[in-house]
Design a protein around this ligand. Structure first.
Ligand code: AMP
Ligand code: ZN
Length: 482
């Protein structure tokens, strides 16, 4: 298994005995083992952004969950595949009036697709700034319409869906006996008239039915022709279509924010389970992240307390300070964020990175107690992502009873697990153009396997006070101490 860090090729922490990764599963309401049903890699689906605005840091807390899961698995040498959809059509605004993307395109006086692509690009930028590992694929709803039409056709043929008098196609909730198992909402307890789903003029047979496909009505953009007429997809069918297609009919772990448990995931479960051959659960485990509050209230546009990652960066704060704060709280608990906690995290990160530069003077020492601590931290991640416990251990390293080489080894081994850029050199002292060119030259030399040249450039860099080292994540550099 690869572990990043300085001289990682020769320096490897002892393989810890992994007791296996477990998470709290919303469906069974139990802590359950995450495993690869195909015996090769864990198939993960994470509900992605609706791309009509910038993701706020609350949304990013949920997206970070998929990254923490992937890093935990990778640290134990387990492979995974992550699919995250991009919702660019069919997600109706809270007042049920309009598609969120179309409403925004009117505000911005732009074509809805260009609005969607712009915010999609910004979502990727935010994820990169938080060191959220990229998914293996990001299918867009608007490009999966044929898939959805196929699924809806099958649901109608199987008698699970019907076309209403308004031309829209609905899933018949009464045909799915375990409806409500995920969220605890029983069908008989869901009151007619309860506005939990976009309601089209009473054309449903039963109040809990939901639209798989919506008739276009007066809508003229983002619509498609189907056997049931022109229209656009419902939000929930998008996720069934994309998860089943891109993960080959089985999701080992499904991730999303707690608000998606109902109706979005409840409806997705009914659709997907009805579509897979042989019955059973299309999704083995459901992982839900709790909400982020900001200064006491849930972060949302309507609360007026939205904080974007760009706001954090504009204050001169390292965006990874946000990641740091998130990891100090368990994903299953609501957490309150404030500017003072973000600032404190920023200062701690700066201090640790500076300290690492001084520990770098000593050769890395993977002593027994170092390996022991690494195993303890990995075990905290494995234990339903107990990142607060892992962060306490990480905090303990700086002032702990380790010598410099041990602290260096700990930071280097743990850096890929925490994703906090612990080895990053302080940015206060900027590289000269000459040094930048030399670093590029050395990178190219190594890519060409010209090690003689790369060693020569290493010496030239050393004369400029720069130390380079090669890690599994590529070349890294730092200012030489003394
Ligand atoms: P959206 O782009 O609105 O579809 O939301 C993207 C994700 O963010 C979903 O998984 C939501 O459940 C999640 N989410 C929305 N608000 C918050 C919040 N305040 N804290 C954490 N996650 C949130
Ligand atoms: Zn979804």
């Amino acid at each position: 298994m690869k572990r990043a860090g300085s001289d990682a090729a020769v320096l490897k922490p002892a393989e810890h005995k992994s007791e296996g990764f477990k998470i709290y599963d919303t469906l069974s309401r139990e802590i359950s083992a995450v495993s690869a049903s195909n015996g090769e890699f864990v198939r993960i689906y994470c509900c992605g952004p609706t791309v009509y605005r910038d993701a706020h840091v609350g949304n990013l807390r949920t997206f970070l969950l998929a990254d923490l899961v992937q890093r935990t698995l990778a640290f134990a040498g387990v492979k995974s595949q992550l699919v995250q959809n991009i919702t660019d059509v069919g997600h109706m605004s809270e007042d049920f009036e309009e598609d969120k993307i179309i409403a925004q395109s009117k505000l911005e006086k732009k074509d809805p697709y260009s609005v969607a692509r712009e915010y999609e690009a910004r979502f990727h930028q935010d994820c990169r700034a938080l060191n959220i590992r990229a998914a293996d694929s990001y299918p867009r709803a608007s490009e999966c319409i044929d898939l959805m039409i196929d699924l809806i056709t099958k649901l109608i043929a199987d008698g699970l869906a019907y076309q209403g008098e308004d031309g829209s196609v609905y899933f018949d909730a009464t045909r799915f006996p375990s409806y409500g198992a995920l969220s605890g909402n029983r069908l008989d307890a869901l009151k007619p008239g309860h506005r939990y789903e976009f309601t089209e003029g009473g054309a449903k047979r039963f109040h809990a039915d939901w639209a798989l496909w919506k008739a276009a009505g007066s809508r003229s953009e983002m619509i498609w022709d189907t056997p049931w007429g022109r229209g656009f997809p419902g939000w929930h069918i998008e996720c069934s279509a994309m998860s089943l297609k891109y993960l080959a009919g089985k999701v080992d772990l499904h991730i999303g924010g707690i608000d998606l448990r109902f109706p979005h995931h409840e409806d997705e479960r009914a659709q997907s389970n009805s579509l897979i051959p042989g019955g059973g659960e299309a999704v083995t485990l459901w992982l839900h992240g709790e909400h982020l509050l900001f200064e006491g209230r849930k972060m949302s546009k309507s609360s007026g307390n939205v904080v974007l990652l760009s706001d954090v960066i504009a204050r001169g704060i390292d965006p990874l300070a946000i990641r740091f704060c998130f990891m100090e709280n368990r994903y299953r608990s609501q957490m309150d964020l404030s500017w003072s906690s973000i600032q404190a995290a920023h200062l701690t990160l700066e201090r640790w990175r500076k300290a690492y530069q001084s520990w770098f003077k000593s050769p890395a020492n993977l002593s027994e107690r170092v390996n022991q601590l690494i195993a303890e931290i990995a075990s905290a991640f494995n234990n339903d992502l107990d990142t607060p416990r892992a962060m306490i251990s990480l905090r303990g390293i700086e002032r702990g009873d380790f010598e410099g080489g041990e602290k260096r080894a700990l930071f280097e081994a743990l850096n890929p697990l925490f994703g906090l850029d612990l080895l990053k050199q302080r940015e206060a002292k900027r590289l000269t153009k000459e040094a930048e060119a030399l670093l590029e030259k050395r990178k190219a030399a190594r890519a060409n396997r010209d090690f003689k040249l790369s060693d020569q450039v290493r010496d030239e860099l050393s004369l400029l006070g720069i130390e380079v080292r090669d890690t599994s994540e590529g070349q890294e550099w730092s200012w030489k101490i003394n």
